[in-house]
Design a protein around this ligand. Sequence first.
Ligand code: ADP
Ligand code: ZN
Length: 192
Amino acid sequence: MDDIRRTPDRGWIEVIAGSMFSGKSEELIRRLRRAQIARQKVQIFKPFVDDRFSEDHIVSHSEMRIASENIRHSDDLERQVAVDTEVVGIDEGQFFDPKLPTACNTLADRGKRVIVAGLDKDYLGRPFEPMPQLLAIAEYITKTLAICVVCGEPANHTQRLVASSDRVLVGAGGLYEARCRRCFDPSLARKT
Ligand code: ADP
Ligand code: ZN
């Protein structure tokens, strides 16, 4: 879904979903930059949990970056989005609470273009809430694939390389890599 709005008082939801390293943040940043170039008022959010790279920027694995605000809960979205904001960008949607889809709906109903990027599956390959609910209500969906580091085929999975049963495990590099269906092995992440 590209771009520049034609009907200023009509909102919608766009979702960019895929595995880690698939280019979700790059695609989100690209769309938000274009909106800024079009002089639209843009606000960008990410959840506090994701402080791996930068406190106040969304940063892609390829070092693209864009300024963002940290929020703890989806309720903060409705509070912090200004009346005259036209485009709302949200990264790491999977780290938000279950009310994120409702909050995005409310903003879209208020006429905003809402763009959410997030992991669609966890380290075991299970749908990662609240992304499935967001995918169901979005007008536009972009599925991104990475490259499998084992065989070079398109990769739909996020392989966890250390044993841990925490659904959210954020840390230094080397914890995850992109893998295709054939090379993905969820047992690597299970404690023995
Ligand atoms: P995501 O937000 O989906 O985790 P990013 O947008 O942060 O992805 O990063 C995508 C970039 O990561 C690619 O453009 C590429 O430069 C880099 N990259 C590193 N490893 C891989 C991989 N296995 N497959 C594809 N891109 C990779
Ligand atoms: Zn593979």
